[in-house]
Design a protein. Structure first.
Length: 95
């Protein structure tokens, strides 16, 4: 983040997001950068920088910026679950 910031990217436009990679089936973190209303994803697992709408294998759990934090959730059968509550989430899928 500091390299991007020193290159002129405003720190307020960068977000670290921790989530679950549904392909590799493991938790993972990515860096999201907002530029002119477009969200770009920087992922250490690839050299490509892609728009956020091309990432279909990643379910975000929490996001953090310089001055904000977010917890992401998902609705299943009308009930909201936080993805950190994976045990209850998986149990609801089995029922």
């Amino acid at each position: 983040m500091m390299v991007l910031n020193s290159a002129g990217v405003n720190i307020e436009n960068m977000y670290i997001t921790v989530g679950y990679d549904t392909v590799l089936r493991q938790d993972h973190a990515i860096l999201i950068v907002r530029d002119n209303g477009i969200l770009w994803v920087l992922d250490e697992r690839t050299d490509a920088v892609v728009r956020d709408d091309y990432i279909h294998y990643f379910n975000p759990m929490i996001s953090m910026s310089d001055d904000h934090n977010w917890v992401h959730g998902y609705r299943i059968a009308g009930v909201w679950f936080a993805p950190t509550d994976r045990k209850n989430l998986l149990e609801s899928l089995v029922l």
